[in-house]
Design a protein. Structure first.
Length: 179
């Protein structure tokens, strides 16, 4: 659990983080653990992994579609109906109804239906999609939310696409003033 992580570790590796919900879904729990250990968040590394896909801002919905099966797997299929951390995370981010639908479809074997049920907004909040400028803005939001290190997972259909995404991530980091 995140509180225990804050208490005994020197950092936390997160997936599916939303800058908009990071305080409530992770930071406050990490901070509680740090306080329990008699220390602060200073020097504690908050390190989410964020999928990154480079493209035109007008194509963000199409870029998000690449991550539907991945998101459906975690929200719908990682764990049991009663114990799925990622489903609970989506619920805490305000996607209670959608998380239940994704899980119902996934666990019944309808993986395509589960992927189709993933809201665009959930994917957009938990990835870096679009132009270098849009990605830079999202990186700033994560830094402001308490992220200290970003791990990028560049996406694309070809190696060249993934390399371009990684380069865009580096450029975005510089434009955001975080490099």
């Amino acid at each position: 659990n995140l509180e225990q992580t804050g208490e005994i570790a020197d950092g936390a590796l997160l997936i599916f983080p939303s800058a908009e919900h990071l305080e409530d879904t992770a930071i406050k729990h990490l901070r509680a653990g740090r306080e329990k250990a008699g220390t602060t968040m200073e020097g504690f590394d908050v390190c989410p992994t964020l999928p990154l896909a480079l493209g035109e801002d007008k194509d963000v919905t199409a870029l998000a579609d690449m991550f539907r099966p991945y998101t459906a797997l975690y929200v719908g299929g990682m764990g049991s109906r009663k114990q799925n951390f990622y489903n609970q995370l989506a619920q805490r981010m305000g996607y209670e109804k959608e998380a239940a639908e994704i899980q119902d479809k996934y666990l019944s074997g309808d993986k395509e239906g589960a992927a189709a049920a993933v809201p665009h907004a959930l994917i957009d909040q938990t990835t870096l999609l679009g132009s270098v400028d849009r990605i830079a803005d999202r990186m700033k939001a994560y830094a402001e939310a308490g992220v200290t290190t970003l791990t990028l997972a560049p996406a694309g259909f070809t190696l060249d696409d993934r390399i371009a995404s990684l380069r865009a991530g580096s450029e975005a980091l510089e434009r955001a003033g975080l490099a």
